[in-house]
Design a protein around this ligand. Sequence first.
Ligand SMILES: Nc1ncnc2c1ncn2[C@@H]1O[C@H](COP(=O)(O)OP(=O)(O)OP(=O)(O)O)[C@@H](O)[C@H]1O
Ligand SMILES: [Mg+2]
Length: 425
Amino acid sequence: MRVNLLPEEVRSHIASGEVIEGPAECLKELLENSLDAEATRVEVEIVKGGKRFIGVRDNGMGIPAEDLPKALLGGATSKIRTLEDLQNLHTYGYRGEALHAISLVSRMVIRSRFYQEEVGREVRVEGGKVTSQRAVGMQVGTHVEVYDLFYNLPLRKAFLGKEDRERRRIYHIFKALALANPSVFFRLEAEGREVFRLKPGDIRERAEEVFEERMEHLSFEEKPFRVDLLLSLGNTRKVPFLFVNRRPVHNKELIEYLKKSVGRWGLCICHISMPPYLLDVNVHPKKTEVRLMKEGKIREIIREALRNRHSLRPPSLSQERAVYAQDPEFVGIIDNTLIVAKYGDYLYFFDQHLLSERYNYEMGMSAEEACGMSFKAGDRLGRELARELLRRWLHFKNREVCPHGRPIYYRIYLGELYRKLGREY
Ligand SMILES: Nc1ncnc2c1ncn2[C@@H]1O[C@H](COP(=O)(O)OP(=O)(O)OP(=O)(O)O)[C@@H](O)[C@H]1O
Ligand SMILES: [Mg+2]
């Protein structure tokens, strides 16, 4: 992208402030640059939780060789030229300071080849000073390497978290941007081991790959707003992810609202699309705290989207207690595949896939839908959902076979078990 020096008027409008708190913030800036450059493939490598090394390689449009030093100078961005541009932002970056900020506090190597050029250029910077430049042969795209973050600021370096903690923060940022950009291939390698390899897909496929859980996708649109919700059926409760126009954002009120209205679900990912002029991303220098105009409208749309959820839903606690006594007695789950329960004089082994498939079928889905929407063998159900399934099973029209005719369970007569053990039943 062509890099322009911003006029002072624009620069002063952009909240300044320290951007790079640690490796995760550094990675965030690099990833955002790659995405802004329209990369379809982004590969990340970190060493020692990013404290020793962070590398991001992309196949985006690259930076023209003559602009590369400018990009490192600070105040240089290819993304906006005027104040109006700020109000219609479609890119992640716009301040033209991230690369500069990183280069000041690390040893950085940046290699880039602009898509209209035959060769790439490599610039090495240490503590903000360019130490070497040369032409390099490379594919179109950009490769940024950041070594020894805060090597020249011992105090800030001392305040970095333990390796594990920094690594977790890195994963969080990586996941957030990967969830927001499902059509981009992402890969992350940490300490020499591949941790994520995410194929391009839609938002649901991406979420399922990132969390290795089945997700339900609900959406509702009322122009010019659209909400897409992804809910996991697992029951480990996590803080919802919120995105506005593909940007991971914080908005405390909306997060609280999501938690409240989604109820006892595992994971919730909420994508909101709306015209950029209806949000104010400039509230926070890190661009993550967003104020939304028409927040009430957005809540309404979330509510509408949730109304459409129709597959398995975890029970409320009070319901659970009320019926527990007469229900099959949940014994356990084996291999995340078999639900074991005692009911009457039998020990039952249910196939969790077939059982949930039957359930969805009984709820009115076609056999094909039911199959696609159901838990698979290997999915982590949790005891709450297993119990709920067992309870529902009692009221099935057909308790014996799945929609394709496979038996849902295998059972053993308890008298037989007892007899084998030399006991009377
Ligand atoms: N991976 C990349 N691919 C192509 N161009 C890039 C890449 N990284 C940086 N650039 C160019 O360098 C410029 C400076 O990047 P930098 O991240 O410092 O600023 P910015 O993205 O414009 O704004 P912000 O500071 O808000 O991130 C960008 O405007 C862009 O033109
Ligand atoms: Mg940037």
